[in-house]
Design a protein around this ligand. Structure first.
Ligand SMILES: Cc1cc2nc3c(=O)[nH]c(=O)nc-3n(C[C@H](O)[C@H](O)[C@H](O)COP(=O)(O)O)c2cc1C
Length: 322
């Protein structure tokens, strides 16, 4: 399928791989880019050695990258390190992109800004974003609980059409098959940024036992909370929560994070031991509501092919008079 996104970035598919922290390494991002999507390496909290190794693992595929924006404020050198690998595009999420945009542009990378709320869209437009990713609450990993795809995407699309018509729009959150891709194109997006479905690919760095759990669950088996941030001692700004598969840890502590803080040391030990043993009934599996649509662990290329083919079929079918 052709969209403004495939044309601007010379892609075969209107799909970008989310820069999932420590999950979208060079092998996954490289596979997505080679297949004809846009692969983004998930630099996350910004370990320069990890980022360098993962760019090497992409083996020359035209990949981009991404970082958690509020971490750059704490340590500006991580942005320089990430940009030194000449990413073709760079995604800033979770914080004000304006102070960092000039560096991204000076490095020759397209600037992608992920937003969850309209005031963040304002900041992204002021930053001169080439691409806006509008992330809704279905999404896996960090995000916000406020907005759902069916109203958020067209609302953002309308604002862009009026204020920044050359800025592209990708939808993020719950797009895991061709129906979702066709839907977000219908809502006004130029493509989708896909996390969870590619998390459950062969090339992702998620552990096999974690991926295996997601295959059997439904969209009701995830939860948004700060339980795992407390356990991992990640100090996210207020408003952000983390969507992961429900397990004994979330069942016990979700909504009771203040009480968790009181016994955090003991629970952190249990959590760390579980992660070391790959026990995801206690450790976290950061998947979104798309888990209800994930039934196998194919290659990234197969995921892109299927998603695009099914979306084209859906759009053709809907285009026919009833
Ligand atoms: C495992 C995982 C890790 C993620 N890490 C990041 C990250 O480091 N930076 C970021 O901008 N977004 C991150 N995200 C969010 C994605 O960018 C994207 O918004 C989300 O995956 C889209 O929803 P979906 O998971 O339903 O496809 C992550 C998502 C997942 C599933």
């Amino acid at each position: 399928m052709k969209t403004r996104f495939t044309e601007r970035f010379q892609l075969k598919y209107p799909i970008a791989c989310a820069p999932m922290a420590l999950i979208a390494g060079g092998v996954l991002a490289g596979a997505v880019s080679r297949a004809g999507g846009l692969g983004l390496i998930g630099g996350g909290y910004g370990d320069p050695e990890w980022i360098a190794q993962e760019h090497a693992n992409a083996q020359g595929a035209p990949v981009g990258g991404g970082l958690i924006t509020w971490m750059i404020e704490q340590n500006p050198s991580i942005l320089d390190a990430a940009l030194s690998h000449q990413p073709r595009a760079f995604m800033l999420s979770f914080g004000d992109p304006r102070p960092h945009a000039p560096k991204v542009k000076a490095a020759g990378a397209a600037l992608i800004c992920q937003v969850q709320r309209l005031h963040q869209l304002e900041q992204a437009l002021e930053a001169g974003a080439d691409v806006i990713v509008a992330q809704s609450s279905e999404a896996g990993g960090h995000g916000m609980a406020n907005r759902a795809t069916i109203t958020f995407i067209p609302e953002v699309a309308d604002i862009l059409a009026q204020r920044a018509p050359d800025t592209l729009l990708l939808a993020a959150g719950g797009v895991a098959d061709g129906r979702g891709l066709a839907a977000v194109l219908a809502l006004g997006a130029d493509g989708a940024l896909v996390g969870s479905r590619l998390w459950a690919s062969r090339e992702s760095l998620a552990h096999e036992a974690s991926k295996a759990r997601s295959v059997h669950l439904t969209g009701e088996d995830t939860d948004r909370s700060i339980v795992f941030d407390v356990l991992r001692e990640k100090h996210w700004p207020p408003g952000y929560t983390f969507r992961a598969l429900k397990n004994t840890m979330t069942e016990r502590w979700s909504g009771r994070e203040d009480e968790l803080l009181a016994v955090a040391e003991q629970e952190r030990e249990t959590y760390r031991a579980a992660m070391a043993a790959h026990d995801y009934t206690i450790g976290h599996s950061p998947v979104g509501q798309a888990t209800g649509l994930i039934r196998d662990i194919p290659t990234a290329e197969e995921i892109l092919e299927r998603m695009d083919g099914q979306a084209a079929d859906v759009l053709k079918r809907l285009g026919r008079p009833i």
